[in-house]
Design a protein around this ligand. Sequence first.
Ligand code: PBG
Length: 303
Amino acid sequence: MVRFRLGTRGSPLALTQAHMVRAALADAQGWDPDMIEIVPIKTTGDRVQDRALAEIGGKALWTKELDRALYDREIDASVHSMKDVETIRPDWLHIAAMLPRADVRDRLIGAETIAELRPGAVVGTSSPRRRAQLLSHRPDLVITLLRGNVDTRLAAVAKGEVDATLLAAAGLDRLGREAGQPVPTDQMLPAPAQGAVGIETRADDAAATMLIGSIDHAETHACVMAERSLLAALAADCHSPVAALASLSGEMLTLRAELLAEDGASRVAGWVEGALGEELGARLAVDLLERAAPEVRRLFAGG
Ligand SMILES: NCc1[nH]cc(CCC(=O)O)c1CC(=O)O
């Protein structure tokens, strides 16, 4: 008998993450995993592969169809890569839990290090953050659009369509792909929420919210919410070259972030520290925007 329906995108990574949520929930509740049904739902983001996400409508393309299914009670919760979830979510939705975070770093496929890429190497990515960070280290690199799921992008390097690409270690690890070399976070600070899987419920569904709450990893949740609060304060969207990473030590949160110009020529970085529950994102946003060059500032806060 099905007791709970988990909605997910249908990509291999999304399905793997949904299975992780199912296993965690079954374990926490002492249920047979068969009591939890995984419901794959195709999103616009999965259908459109030939254009940059930023160009066709942004992160909502990953969630719109799942949100509708949740609203219409076809599913009881939806599983997301938190990195792909818009900063401003409708009030009727609630982020009920996050799984323990995976490796937050990006991995470079096609060379050992960024410094070792050949002069003028072609790097495929559709992420404005990765593009700007790569160009800030190596202005000679040629960045081309590369979308598609993890295996499509690995294949593009293997076939020589591009010299290199960057992929989140989290996705590679969850899919069991050992490709690539991790790039240290002091060289490439990850995207806000990278490596975190979140589960949303309807805010008015107390039963589902409590069930899902039983698998929440509080440290991941606090760090990702701090990173998302920075995005909110910056009014950043998926066009914005922004990186952020929070860490928790006892009750103290540290939030690091960097903003870049689209061509990576200008960059501003900073960090703040404070107690859990403090408005760290807002504080760091003010500091970064104050120090940012005009070409960076105009990309944020409606600038
Ligand atoms: N934007 C696509 C996306 N969304 C989440 C992940 C990987 C898993 C994660 O970061 O949680 C990826 C692929 C990538 O960036 O390599």
